[in-house]
Write a protein that binds this ligand. Structure first.
Ligand SMILES: [Zn+2]
Length: 149
């Protein structure tokens, strides 16, 4: 019975840590404080039940309640991965389990930082491409008006 409780505890702890460490990695990249509650991309502060690791994503079906924006699957995958790693570690000999937990837990915010950086670069590229399309359209409309004069 105690083993089951320890396994459930390990899974929940892993999922909660993943949720927190993703915030640490993302806010670290954006140079924001880790204080303060999580917000949706539209700016609305999330309620407590929208912040439950794994469960909230499944309840919300991966879509924000307020603005219907997609919640990155990366959050769910990271929470399940670290939770599973902690569960696995709970079933391994102490030293091996400890090494796996430490490595996986340290890699989580580093990976979140890397994902935030990649996402930011991707968004910059999109803005540049949209900007160049808008500029091209402005140019072509000027040319059209010059030609028609
Ligand atoms: Zn929103």
């Amino acid at each position: 019975m105690l083993e089951v409780v320890i396994q459930i505890y390990a899974f929940l702890l892993g999922a909660s840590l993943a949720s927190f460490l993703v915030v640490v990695g993302e806010r670290g990249y954006k140079k924001l404080s880790i204080n303060g509650r999580s917000k949706c991309i539209c700016g609305r502060q999330l309620t407590w039940w929208e912040n439950i690791p794994i469960i909230s994503y499944l309840i919300l079906k991966g879509v924000a309640r307020c603005c219907k924006s997609k919640i990155p699957k990366y959050y769910l995958i990271t929470e399940i991965s670290l939770a599973s790693t902690w569960l696995l570690a709970a079933n391994l000999p102490q030293k091996a389990g400890l090494v796996i937990i430490v490595v996986a837990t340290l890699l989580t915010p580093l990976n979140a930082y890397r994902v935030a950086k990649a996402r930011s670069r991707f968004e910059e590229k999109i803005y540049q491409q949209v900007g160049s399309v808008v500029n091209d359209n402005d140019l072509s409309s000027e040319q059209i008006s010059e030609n028609s004069e």
